[in-house]
Design a protein. Structure first.
Length: 397
């Protein structure tokens, strides 16, 4: 019956993580998968989330199906987090926010919606982007193309080339943009560059699709929403998928959302209806528990500031690891410039290592990076950062 089904080669990141788990070496270092680990190398249970869970469980009652669009308190809390409760687009009812099965679910539901209502539009993604972006949108039947982004020579952004490519894009193309903490490079647009991008998006009638998986890991919870709020203020219609996996350490709960900013409230009603129909065709409705943890943390006057302080601590620890890695590498290889580790932001950095050098790191030193050279900085800690830097220096020498 299934002889014609070919073998699945595996996801490059998850497969590498599985290989790490099977590695018997006691001092192995996992810098592959995008998970925040604390300085003890453990996934933290945030005190704010633990306190929220105690309250949610204490108040728990029956567990009916949620509406297709998700729980109302979750949707409101997320919309206010992203856009601000007083944003004009929120007050005018121009924004549709739906609870998703992770931000990946938001990408998939958004992709299915786009394929139905913009059937000839292509999706433009940055070169490079998160591996699964292409797979998700191609899985929805959308043609995926790339625009210039990462500058390997400087470890920075090819912004002029990016603008030129978007100026030449077909009208109504969908442009995937990382709102902050670009995955996999850690290279972000500045606020001035976001402002320069807006006229191009308007002139070419391009439809932005923002991915915001790391809010709070760049400059701060409010600051990292800059692009989302700017586009809404400028009157653009766009999509934004966001996640709480990292910022609340809720990976397995799959807590995410999809928001669609529309020209007016009447169109928002229609978009909401068709988004609900799209969800119904996929998984009917989202799960309850994780979303209620998020809603409680975001709306509770005691838990919200506790959570914000926890995000600051996680961000500061990642930045500390960047500095330590930079300092050891600079001392080991004084003729080379490693400043890009300090300017790149968020959980990830592009190390500049070749696939062959990444293979050497894994095989000779037990240091696991994705073969593209992407490193999860959040996997570093005070006990392994020097060993990692020494191993990198050895393969770079």
């Amino acid at each position: 019956m299934f002889q014609h089904v070919e073998a699945y080669p595996g996801d490059p990141i998850l497969s590498l993580n599985e290989a790490f788990g099977k590695d018997p070496r006691p001092n192995k270092i996992n810098l592959s998968i995008g998970i925040y680990f604390d300085d003890a190398g453990k996934i933290p249970m945030l005190p704010s989330v633990r306190a929220a869970e105690l309250k949610v469980v204490a108040e728990a009652g029956a567990r009916p199906y949620l509406p297709m669009e998700g729980a109302a308190n979750f949707r409101t809390a997320v919309q206010h987090l992203l856009f601000g409760a007083d944003h004009v687009a929120v007050k005018k009812g121009r924004i549709v926010t739906l609870q998703m099965v992770g931000s990946s679910g938001g990408l998939k539901i958004g992709g299915d919606f786009i394929k139905r209502y913009f059937p000839t539009s292509s999706m433009l993604v940055s070169d490079p982007t998160w591996d699964n972006h292409r797979a998700v949108f191609e899985g929805s039947g959308i043609t995926v193309k790339t625009y210039p982004y990462y500058d390997a020579a400087t470890g920075g952004l090819r912004f002029d080339a990016m603008l030129d490519a978007l100026k030449a894009a077909d009208k109504k193309s969908i442009v995937l943009l990382h709102a902050c903490c670009h995955n996999p490079t850690g290279v972000d647009l500045t606020q001035a560059q976001w402002q320069a991008l807006v006229p191009v998006l308007k002139e070419r009638e391009l439809i932005p699709f923002l991915d915001l998986a790391y809010q709070g890991y760049g400059d701060g919870i409010e600051q990292d929403a800059y692009a989302v709020r700017l586009l809404a203020t400028e009157g653009l219609s766009f999509f934004v998928a966001n996640s709480f996996s990292k910022s609340m350490s809720l990976y397995g709960e799959r807590c995410g959302a999809l928001s669609v900013v529309c020209p007016d409230a009447a169109q928002a009603v229609n978009v909401l209806g068709q988004m609900k129909a799209t969800i119904r065709r996929n998984y009917s409705n989202p799960p309850m528990h994780g979303g209620q943890l998020v809603a409680r943390v975001l709306s509770d006057p005691e838990l919200r500031p506790m959570w914000e302080a926890e995000v600051v601590a996680m961000r500061d620890r990642i930045q500390s690891m960047r500095r330590q890695l930079h300092d050891v590498l600079s001392a080991k290889l004084p003729g080379r410039d490693f400043s890009y580790f300090l300017t790149q932001r968020g959980m990830f950095s592009y190390t500049g290592l070749s696939p062959e050098q990444c293979d050497r790191l894994k095989e000779e030193f037990g240091v696991y990076l994705v073969r593209s050279g992407r490193m999860c900085v959040a996997g570093l800690n005070s006990g392994n950062v020097e060993a990692t830097a020494n191993a990198m220096a050895a393969v770079l020498a």
